[in-house]
Design a protein around this ligand. Structure first.
Ligand SMILES: Cc1cc2nc3c(=O)[nH]c(=O)nc-3n(C[C@H](O)[C@H](O)[C@H](O)COP(=O)(O)OP(=O)(O)OC[C@H]3O[C@@H](n4cnc5c(N)ncnc54)[C@H](O)[C@@H]3O)c2cc1C
Length: 552
């Protein structure tokens, strides 16, 4: 029998979601161990290109946002999204998104007004993951068993024992833990082992994707470069993402409904049509990254002591750049709940909130993403035949089609609602009041302190981010120092709930903070608000630590 390794939480899979979960648990003082089949430093495939503002806020808490923002495209490379007849053809629309160098000072653009200390960032997963991995291991001291595959586990009331294989030696591995979280991606073993089933739409579309190197493409562009460039012409529409801003590119060729196989279309022909280049153009294929667009969400995210998180629990077409980002939000939701239980102040029932909160949100995001994918498919199928025609008539066609593409796509590339608009309804940990949270779309949102919403960000008087000023546990924001919060402090102390009071100025907080008191959870969502402490402060504290049912 192999020696048993013991830990608090075993994270299966050290992709971006597993790494964020492990880091946040470590930051909260929870013993954690990650197991990953890849070898240390082995890059992932070239997939995700967008780290959302909300994910950057999480990375800020973990102390790695600044490093991530330094990575990716050259500092002055625009993060814009351009629409053209071909990559090297005529530009018909452009969504302006500031470059890394311009981000801090940019005031114009559809996402520059967002109330966040950390605007979004465009960087490919191949650059992002090594930074997260290094920070997890070096700064947060997360132990990672690399080249280790978790194959199975057993659980009882006391804990979980996972079994796996050291892929270097073939030796068996046994890990005993209090909780196990499957962050093991779309083909999740953990998902299958807890009997969760993916439900939704198996196939929304197929995409022939090619990661390639070309040293000449940048010089062939007739317009300033953009992070993403969409080609729309009657022959072949698709898009290209700049990966290193110099010579590497990821090209997506979206197959039509009459092209049922991933190799239904000649790859080289399609690449040349999308780029708008002739047979003399040279490029080197680095990898083929073909994928099927789906909309699938697991019917359960948990079986007792075992959870699933990220792509293990949901898979959808990465419209709005939201696959990994939703997974990071899952991780930041689950980590504090696990920490509350393991550190002793959270009742075991606090863990029920994970599925209750995250499953409905991921179901919503999956639908936003699918609807967007279908709208884009309709646009690709309706490219005007004369879009490349020179002269005023062609100009008018391009202007109209460009406007339509801008209006549709600014919603996905500047998806404020997915970052800041979503709220937790029906959570067992939230003391709802009579007010409804404002509705949101993929693009639009309204900052709100209705319980369940993300506590709107503002800069506190000394120029610090509210999120840097919040304590690691629950934080009570007090607008009026005359309000006596002793009953809440006493009740929290009696239950050992980490609880701090932050006095803030009304003029800093802004109009969304409508009450004297706003109670913010460790994940920055509002748990309760009021003008004075509730009559039964202990009941509120019991609610937020999972020890009593939500009052109706
Ligand atoms: C073309 C494309 C573009 C995308 N663009 C974006 C984007 O812009 N924004 C965005 O948010 N998302 C995007 N996504 C989605 C994003 O890539 C995924 O959502 C993200 O990688 C999921 O992270 P994860 O950690 O949950 O899973 P993964 O990245 O799949 O990581 C899972 C890890 O678990 C390991 N593992 C698996 N099984 C085991 C086991 N049994 N034992 C131990 N380890 C195991 C794997 O080796 C892997 O490292 C895109 C996806 C595609 C295909």
């Amino acid at each position: 029998m192999p020696e048993v390794i013991r830990t608090g939480v075993l994270v299966v899979g050290a992709g971006p979601v597993g790494l964020v979960l492990a880091m946040d648990l470590a930051r909260r003082g929870v013993p954690v161990l990650a197991a990953e089949t890849r070898r240390r430093g082995e890059p992932p495939s070239v997939k995700c290109n967008h780290v959302s503002a909300r994910s950057m806020e999480a990375l800020r808490l973990l102390g790695v946002a600044a490093r991530v923002r330094e990575a990716g495209l050259p500092a002055d490379y625009p993060h814009d999204v351009a629409y053209r007849t071909t990559t090297t053809g005529t530009e018909i629309a452009r969504i302006r998104i500031p470059s890394r160098a311009g981000r801090a000072t940019a005031a114009e653009g559809p996402d520059t007004w967002w109330p966040t200390p950390e605007p979004p960032h465009r960087v490919n997963q191949i650059f992002l993951e090594p930074i997260l991995f290094d920070h997890a291991v070096s700064a947060l001291k997360v132990p990672v068993l690399d080249r280790t595959r978790i194959d199975d586990f057993e659980q009882d009331d006391e804990g979980v024992v996972a079994t796996g294989t050291n892929l270097n030696t073939g030796e068996p591995v046994r890990i005993a833990c209090s909780y196990l979280v499957g962050c093991d991606g779309g083909r999740s073993t953990v998902r299958r082992r807890i009997g969760a089933r993916l439900a939704g739409d198996e196939v929304i579309g197929r995409v022939q994707s090619t990661y390639f190197r070309s040293r000449e493409l940048l010089a062939l562009l007739r317009h300033p470069p953009a992070w993403g460039t969409f080609s729309v012409n009657p022959r072949r529409s698709g898009n290209v993402y700049a990966i290193d801003g110099r010579e590497t590119w990821l090209l997506h060729n979206y197959l039509g409904s009459d092209e049922p196989e991933l190799d239904s279309v000649d790859r080289d022909w399609a690449i040349r049509q999308i780029l708008g280049v002739g047979p003399q153009f040279q490029y080197e294929i680095l990898s083929k990254e073909d994928w099927v667009a789906r909309r699938l969400v697991a019917d359960r995210f948990r079986d007792r002591r075992v959870f699933i998180c990220g792509d293990a629990s949901h898979l959808w077409v990465p419209m709005a750049g939201y696959g990994m980002n939703a997974g990071i939000a899952d991780a930041m939701n689950l980590s504090w709940l696990l920490a509350a239980t393991l550190r002793g102040w959270g009742d075991e029932r606090i863990l029920d909130a994970y599925e209750a909160e995250r499953q409905p949100i991921t179901e919503q995001v999956s639908r936003f993403a699918m609807n967007h994918a279908l709208s884009m498919q309709a646009r690709r199928e309706a490219v005007p035949a004369d879009i490349e025609q020179p002269g005023p008539q062609g100009d008018a066609v391009r202007a109209a089609f460009g406007r339509a593409l801008y209006d549709l796509n600014v919603q996905q590339y500047c998806s404020g609602g997915l970052n800041f608009g979503y709220f937790y309804e029906g959570s067992p940990l939230v003391a709802y009041d009579r007010e409804q949270a404002p509705p949101y779309t993929m693009y639009d949102f309204q900052s709100s302190t209705v319980p369940g919403c993300r506590a709107p960000h503002f800069w506190v008087g000394d120029g610090r981010s509210l999120y840097d000023a919040l304590g690691p546990g629950y934080s009570l924001l007090r607008l009026d120092r005359r309000v006596d919060v002793t009953p809440l402090l006493r009740a929290a102390a009696a239950s050992q709930v980490p609880f701090s009071v932050l006095d803030i100025k009304e003029r800093d907080a802004g109009p969304a903070y409508e009450r004297n008191l706003t109670l913010v959870r460790p994940d920055q969502h509002v748990a309760w608000r009021g003008d004075e402490p509730p009559a039964d402060a202990q009941a509120l504290i019991d609610l937020i630590r999972g020890a009593r049912p939500c009052p109706t």
